[in-house]
Design a protein around this ligand. Structure first.
Ligand SMILES: [Mg+2]
Length: 367
């Protein structure tokens, strides 16, 4: 399976629902996602599809690393050798990026290698990964941004509850008092049994996180408390986890297994949320999942339900998928919710086909 042709495109896709208020947008918070789309054509006549993303950036650096630095290393290589190719890229580009952009850009290639592997085996990726289940629990994640009123959140979230999805995740972290009021209103609106998680995106300090954690635990019955404080503060997460019964969820900002190990060794994480594109792709994600499995901690992949559905259906300890359909406009048939659960596409590999019209529409012209 020799890689004969590599195509890297940079796309900008407007978010399914703005995450920034008008004021935040005016101050520079972007309501679009930059996507690095990588397609690998191999001599067996197959095409591997992979992608990575950048928020709050032009994405040009990601694309440049992919085109200038990674593609020449993979051209002509055997697409089956994901371990060797990952090591080749790591050692070749170590001086400019053990972490960060290089790993993010390479993740798109690694995802494409796994897409190819499953296509060559003529099976969906989740079957290749282990076939733990045929569908996965999924929660809505794009219906409760900070700028939204409770009425807007209820209106946007109700379809997710109506479909029978697990529930929704609500953004908090700007103003503790407003957060408490909002969660109280939402709990009343959706009822005692509704699954509600909260996500502070690292915005609280430790003392506020502890107080709010107790409130979310006792008054709201939140399902988990995500990124309560800075991702740099492993010790703070460990202290919160020891003082709260509420599960602490985090991991989307962590690069590499050693960062996860630091958290897991301290008992600082209850729900492990690795992002495929910060770990060097599916290969790094699976190794991180093995760490979590050793500690009997459930996983929930960050974003990208198109890949997450395969991880969750492939591996038994992946307990849920985050429904954030930001890349859905790019594909002709992205994974759909049926009877409240996310279904992996039935085709081989990721089961995704890029819609050529959408790719053309969102493509960023090269300078
Ligand atoms: Mg989050």
């Amino acid at each position: 399976m020799r890689i004969e042709r590599i195509d890297c495109q940079l796309l900008k896709i407007p978010l399914s629902r703005p995450r920034a208020s008008l004021n935040e947008a005016a101050a520079g918070r972007l309501n679009q996602i930059s996507v690095l789309l990588v397609q690998l054509d191999v001599d067996a006549g197959l095409r591997g599809l992979g992608f990575a993303y950048a928020l709050q950036s032009s994405g040009r650096a990601l694309h440049a690393v992919a085109v200038d630095d990674i593609s020449p290393l993979l051209q002509g290589e055997d697409a089956r050798d994901h371990e060797r190719l990952g090591a080749k890229v790591y050692w070749s580009l170590q001086t400019v990026g053990r972490r960060g952009l290089v790993q993010q850009a390479y993740s798109a290639f690694d995802v494409a290698l796994w897409d190819l592997k499953a296509k060559a085996a003529n099976m969906p990726l989740y079957k290749l990964l282990g076939g733990a289940r045929e569908s996965t629990p999924v929660y809505g994640s794009d219906s409760a941004w900070l700028w939204m009123s409770t009425d807007q959140i209820i209106e946007a979230s109700q379809p997710y509850f109506d479909q029978g999805m697990m529930g929704i995740k609500v953004k908090v972290g700007a103003d503790p008092e407003a957060d408490a009021d909002r969660l109280t209103t939402l709990r009343e609106a959706f009822g005692d049994n509704a699954w509600l998680a909260v996500d502070a995106n690292e915005r609280y300090d430790y003392a506020t996180a502890l107080a709010m954690g107790r409130f979310f635990q006792e008054e709201i019955g939140a399902a988990w408390f995500e990124e309560p404080i800075s991702c740099e503060d492993v010790e703070g997460h460990a202290r919160l986890a020891s003082k709260l019964d509420l599960p602490i969820a985090a991991g989307e900002m962590l690069f590499g297994r050693d960062e996860f190990a630091a958290y897991l060794d301290r008992g600082a994480l209850d729900v492990v949320q690795p992002d495929v594109t910060r770990l060097g792709g599916v290969t790094g994600w699976l190794k991180t999942a093995a760490l979590a499995e050793q500690r009997h901690r459930p996983l929930s992949p960050h974003l990208l339900p198109e890949i997450g559905v395969h991880l969750a259906c492939g591996l038994p300890l992946v307990a849920s998928v985050e429904y954030m359909p930001w890349l859905y406009p790019l594909f002709t048939a992205p994974p759909q919710v049926q009877s409240g659960r996310l279904m992996p596409p039935s085709g081989p590999g990721l089961g995704l086909t890029v819609d050529p019209d959408a790719a053309a529409k969102y493509r960023v012209a090269e300078k």
